[in-house]
Design a protein around this ligand. Sequence first.
Ligand code: KIV
Ligand code: ZN
Length: 554
Amino acid sequence: MQSAPISKYRPFPPVNLPNRQWPGRTHTHAPIWCSVDLRDGNQALAQPMSVDEKLEYFEMLVRIGFKEIEVGFPSASQIEFDFCRRLIEEKRIPDDVAIQILCQCREELITRSMEALKGARNAIFHLYNSTSPAQRKHVFNATRADIVKIAVQGTRWVKQHAAPLVAAGTTLRFEYSPESFTSTELEFALEICEAVTDAWQPTRENKIILNLPATVEYATPNIHADQIEWMSNHLTRRDCTLISLHTHNDRGTGVAATELAMLAGADRVEGTLFGNGERTGNLDIVTVALNLYTHGIHPNLDFSNINEIREVYERTTRLEVPARQPYAGELTFTAFSGSHQDAIKKSWSSQKADEPWDVLYIPIDPADIGRSYKAIIRINAQSGKGGVAYILENEFGFSLPKLMHKEIGRIINDVADAKGTELQPADILEIFRHEYLDRDTPLVLEHFKTTERDSAVTCEASVTINGARHQLVGGGNGPIDAFTRALAATPLPKFEVLSYAEHSLGKGSEARAVSYIQIKTERGQTFFGAGIDTNIELASIKAIVSALNRATKT
Ligand code: KIV
Ligand code: ZN
């Protein structure tokens, strides 16, 4: 990098818009969405989609609810042409969906594109030419007037060559993009858009779409919003115009730029699923749509099975959705930090079904987009007690008493620390079993029986302690009390029972009881134990054995 002062780069000039309105506005409705996955997205793939993959993708876009879908650049390649024809000829386009095609301002390309669209019910002809000073200078060696002429001539050709299509019943709409709009002088962008609008003669019923692309993202999102508001204020036939956004993501702010420009008056948004597209990609429509949703605005797109959408996307584009992608990423609903896990667990358990979503750290209910609660917490050495308890409860049905969370949390964290890796739910269950349920040294319970008389319980137990058999008898006010007293005659540490909890595990004839018992030894140390049995009394006796074995472990 250049050392300061930096002479190689310049700040982006601000827009003179003293009375800007967008900062004080909030989103109130969803924009018109247009997917450009099959054109902008596909043209940016190392291995473009096959026709079959495009068809599958198109059908998915329709299922999601897109009503405008750019299907390609049919005059640029035979595959794109054939794909467009297949959609039309095989009647794969629902009546309420418009296909959009992209084309440059050249007559032979325009006529070829019209051929591709023959028979379409609803179509959008998207014409573009580049307008920025750098493009004019380096690529076209053309003046502003030359660039306007190209756009206007292109528009006239579209109008002329569309006539037979329209006469044959196609509803044709027109979109013009001054490519590199955000790097173009605003007055010139306005001039060319006005000239194109004049040539097209839109109406309120058939509006022109003026798509104002951030072909390369060079500025901060507030400047993008200013540019859009400025255009919206200055367009003469605003009532006959839909302002469309088309952001790319070179500075990583494509979503922010789109969201602010929606406040600035845009009507329509172009983008792709998960932000596929040239270089750093196009706008990620999934994120903007679900951001609206989490503010209580239905996006009119259905992402209720985002995993399936992601699967089709990854298979057909051969790209991966990053692990931390909003909403769709593998780790999006995963909390590693213990304090976050605790907060999630607490807020989730007090979340009422009919009240606004208020779960900490998770701005959307994962179930709304087909993701599960279960994947939310993963356990590593930094995880807290709440996370472990959450997994034991939600994955395996063990509802541990609150006081036990700390103890099991510490045990699991020690294992995670020693392993240096994240623990899966199955690992956590295994550690829990090993530590509590399967402990059989030094004490093993061989046989246990109680008799009750006048509310006094007598137990007879057969146990081995370090391999030596003991026959025990004890009496008390219940089985736990009686067994505790019986054990007092053995060499095991003396203890008192501090707390007891139990619940059933499973349902119906398969149900078993699980008991948790906390003991305090003579030395003042406390230990939990856990036991499972089909007999609730035996489950609690096993829990005592478990606690004692833990108390005497070396
Ligand atoms: O990014 C862009 O400017 C484009 C245009 C063709 C709309 O994709
Ligand atoms: Zn683009």
